[in-house]
Design a binder for this molecule. Structure first.
Ligand SMILES: Cc1cc2nc3c(=O)[nH]c(=O)nc-3n(C[C@H](O)[C@H](O)[C@H](O)COP(=O)(O)OP(=O)(O)OC[C@H]3O[C@@H](n4cnc5c(N)ncnc54)[C@H](O)[C@@H]3O)c2cc1C
Length: 388
């Protein structure tokens, strides 16, 4: 038998791709190396309302809803945004992924768990696992196998070389359930976070490139001693130069579709999967599996969120140049009712770039930025300000 589509990986991107393909009548097989879909969890579970909607699931996975955030500097200066309505869901990713897999299976996709891809050629994959060694033929392969994509490695596809290590834990701590807290100083390359997941429960973590465990241990002390559910994971930043080829479409983390400003990858991952499924449906109906045809996948995701990823990577690089004092000065400059109102009005977790660009045009923020530019960031800020 030849499957129309084989999907490798049953994370949100893989499940969304499998569901959309099966729903359109394509014979679809989804292969997952772990026994239980959704586990181990490697995610903080903070999804914007749009990202959550994109997953097309019930509210079963929702642990909490949040209305805004507090951005807290090393000197305890804080910016507080309260949209007074739900801006994001905090979910249990294990429950969410499983529900997405069930939806895909209900649409007709077959699932093989405890089965890992270990080899492939241009029309079949070889797997090993609970059913021994097997081979599956396909017309189109959708690589949704996460940040360390085996498919990308086997196909010798070039990938971005920026990876962040993430580490988080759930702790007993009393915080306002309505707000996420962001601590830029907890990780000089990125930030630390505290996300309320229920009464007296908080999920705290950080991402970075160096000394991540040490920084995490220092950061978590703010929240007490006892922690459960220690999670570690990898976040790839930067899209691979070519996201298709050899009958294969790369989606989600496998392609590097993570927002460089937040490390969130569910929204872009699921959207990329829906684009890949549309292209797979067209390819199967027209019997066209050549690279020229599959290139339309890249046009689709680029038109959807490509600019945001490119600008986001610039802001990621810029953020790395800011020290605690710079961030404190920026937070103080932004602590103005008009700016906060603009953040609440225009802030979009899935695409923060337009807001950041808008803020950089604000006179008081511009003054702080210009001072920084005159000192040690001349070339970086010049690049940023040119792009605004
Ligand atoms: C600490 C941390 C916190 C995060 N917090 C957030 C957040 O709050 N919000 C957000 O949007 N994003 C967050 N992310 C990012 C988010 O988890 C990912 O972007 C998202 O899971 C990507 O989905 P995916 O389906 O592309 O890949 P994954 O979820 O990684 O799924 C890939 C699947 O492929 C399987 N697989 C891998 N190799 C093989 C193989 N050879 N054969 C078979 N199966 C294979 C894996 O087992 C896995 O199930 C976080 C990441 C980390 C590390």
């Amino acid at each position: 038998m030849i499957y129309d589509v084989v999907v490798v990986g049953a994370g949100p991107a893989g499940c969304a791709a499998a569901q959309s393909c099966a729903k359109k009548g394509l014979s679809t097989l989804c292969i997952e190396e772990h026994g239980t879909i959704g586990y181990p969890i490697q995610c903080a579970g903070l999804l914007s309302v749009a990202a959550f909607d994109e997953c097309r699931v019930s509210q079963h996975s929702v642990l909490n809803t949040v209305n805004g955030a507090r951005l807290i500097s090393s000197k305890d200066n804080a910016l507080h945004f309260d949209a007074k309505k739900t801006k994001a869901f905090v979910v249990d990713r294990g429950v969410l992924d499983k529900e997405m897999a069930i939806a895909a299976a209900d649409a007709g996709a077959e699932f093989l768990t405890k089965t890992a891809l270990f080899d492939l050629n241009s029309t079949s994959v070889r797997t090993q696992g609970i059913h021994g060694k097997r081979e599956f033929n396909y017309h189109i392969l959708i690589a949704a196998d996460g940040p360390r994509s085996t498919v990308a490695r086997l196909m010798q596809m070039k990938r971005s070389n920026i990876y962040l290590a993430g580490i988080q834990a759930d702790m007993k701590f009393d915080m306002d359930l309505r707000f996420v807290e962001i601590y830029p100083d907890a990780s000089p390359e990125f930030f630390g976070y505290a996300i309320p997941i229920g009464i007296d429960r908080v999920r705290i973590g950080l991402c970075g490139q160096t000394n991540v465990m040490e920084r995490f241990n220092a950061f978590r002390k703010k929240f007490g001693d006892v922690f459960t559910n220690l999670v570690t994971g990898t976040i790839p930043l930067g899209v691979m130069p070519k996201t298709y080829g050899n009958r294969t479409l790369f989606v989600g983390d496998a392609a590097g579709f993570v927002k460089p400003t937040s490390g969130g990858g569910v929204y872009t991952g699921v959207r990329s999967a829906r684009h890949a499924a549309s292209v797979a449906v067209a390819a199967c109906s027209q019997d066209r599996f050549d690279d020229n045809f599959l290139a339309q996948y890249e046009h689709r995701w680029q038109a959807d969120f490509g600019d945001m990823l490119i600008s986001g990577l610039r802001f990621f690089k810029l953020r790395q140049q800011l020290n605690s004092e710079d961030i404190d000065r920026l937070i103080c400059a932004m602590n103005d009712p008009d700016i906060i109102e603009a953040i609440i009005k225009y802030g979009d977790m899935d695409n923060p770039v337009p807001l950041i660009k808008k803020l950089m045009r604000n006179p008081s923020i511009f003054t702080v930025m210009s001072t920084l530019m005159r000192s040690r960031f001349r070339s970086i800020f010049k690049e940023q300000i040119k792009s605004v």
